[in-house]
Design a protein around this ligand. Structure first.
Ligand SMILES: *Cc1c(COP(=O)(O)O)cnc(C)c1O
Length: 386
């Protein structure tokens, strides 16, 4: 029977050490959270600037709800598009140095829209092997041919671009890879896009707010600007709230308004959120001190681990993966930290390649040196244990 098959599949997942459990938090997002009746020091969130619980942002949501009500009531192309969305989209476009932007409810939906609407049957998508799942799903939805190149390997990408028979070419990459923390070679990618007349779709989920002057993101970090670039930013990470956007050339954005199914066939995000996101943008722009502190925390963590048994991946961003290898070993390490009141998630396949299970340590400007030292002390102890 169908349901019995599912039970067997679940048992198999469990046997492989891949069962995942949700943990209900009893307090707001921050370095310290309540869980299971206990306080934990958390290195789990993508709240890189500590904005998720910021008093100004909380007040902005409340203010937005007072002004615009609770829900949008309809999709953007019917009656769910509010002046607050327009103002936000203009601010996002200006922030990223692009002509126009379109806002989405989530990054997952923005990525589906960008990839599946800008590539189609007869086209070819060239995607980094470690791209976020939402970009892969967008490629599958598009019906274009999907060619995956080895992680950040520009010469393999060049070879694929040279030999493709496709009518149109789209290169797709994360800017900061979500499970590895490393940066895509953006100047090289843009150069190849120009040489092969390709569109370059970049997912800046982990760069926006963190990298570049005023936190303007990965493109600003590399001082790049091109109408070929279609930029996705998400607003639930450094921006501390929720939502996402696609920014780029005005014609590209208009095409998305007309055709993107994950934009058209869904209720618009509450205008109150759009209103509050303007405050997020202001806070991000003014957060140079927080970004400097974040860099110091990254240096402190990296300087304090000896890489004897477990290796920190080569990352200069707040995503600091400790590569452990086996699923059970990664889970055991995470459990040992948990026991000590420190919460670091174990990331296992299929989120990461087989044999590279890891602890994904994620730092926030809201952490203190003492927080990082506590984690280091525990990891050193566990590394020395048999
Ligand atoms: C989190 C994430 C997304 C999805 O964004 P949501 O707003 O959480 O849906 C997309 N791409 C990358 C690289 C991410 O890390």
């Amino acid at each position: 029977m169908f349901i019995d098959d599912l039970r067997a599949d679940l048992d198999e997942i469990d046997r492989l050490g891949l069962t995942r459990r949700r943990r209900a938090l009893g307090s707001p997002c921050g370095p310290r959270v309540q869980r299971d009746g206990r306080e934990y020091l958390s290195f789990c969130s993508n709240d890189y600037l500590g904005l998720a619980a910021d008093p100004a942002l909380r007040a902005a949501i409340a203010d937005g709800a007072q002004q615009w009500g609770a829900g949008a009531g309809a999709s953007h192309l019917v009656s769910g598009h509010y002046a607050a969305h327009d103002v936000l989209e203009s601010a996002l476009a200006a922030f990223c140095g692009c002509e126009r932007a379109i806002s989405f409810s989530t990054g997952y939906m923005a990525n589906l829209a960008a990839v599946a609407t800008l590539a189609g049957r007869g086209d070819a998508i060239f995607a980094d092997r470690l791209n976020h799942a939402s970009l892969v799903d967008g490629a599958l939805l598009s019906r274009a041919r999907l060619c995956r190149y080895p992680h950040t390997d520009l010469s393999q990408l060049a070879r694929l671009l040279e030999t493709t028979p496709a009518r149109r070419r789209v290169i797709v990459s994360d800017t900061v890879f979500s499970m590895d923390g490393d940066l895509a070679p953006l100047p090289g990618l843009l150069d190849l896009a120009e040489r092969h007349d390709a569109l370059l779709i970049l997912d800046d989920a982990h760069g926006l707010g963190v990298l570049g002057p005023e936190g303007r993101g990965s493109l600003a970090h590399f001082d790049l600007c091109s109408p070929r670039v279609v930029l996705i930013g998400t607003l639930g990470k450094a921006a501390g709230l929720a939502g996402a956007f696609i920014a780029g050339d005005g014609r590209v954005i208009e095409w998305l308004v007309q055709r993107a199914r994950s934009y058209i066939f869904t209720t618009a995000a509450p205008p109150a959120l759009a209103h509050a996101l303007l405050t997020s943008l202001l806070l991000i722009r003014g957060a140079d001190e927080a970004r400097a502190r974040l860099r110091q925390l990254i240096d402190r963590l990296r300087g304090g681990l000896s890489a004897r048994r477990w290796r920190l991946a080569d990352s200069a961003t707040p995503i600091q993966p400790l590569i452990v290898g086996g699923n059970r070993e990664a889970l055991a390490l995470s459990a040992a930290l948990d026991e000590a009141g420190v919460w670091v998630p174990a990331i296992r396949p299929p989120t990461v390649p087989e044999g590279t299970a890891r602890l994904r340590i994620s730092l926030s400007a809201a952490h203190s040196y003492a927080d990082v030292d506590r984690l280091l002390e525990l990891l050193r102890g566990l590394e020395a244990a048999p």
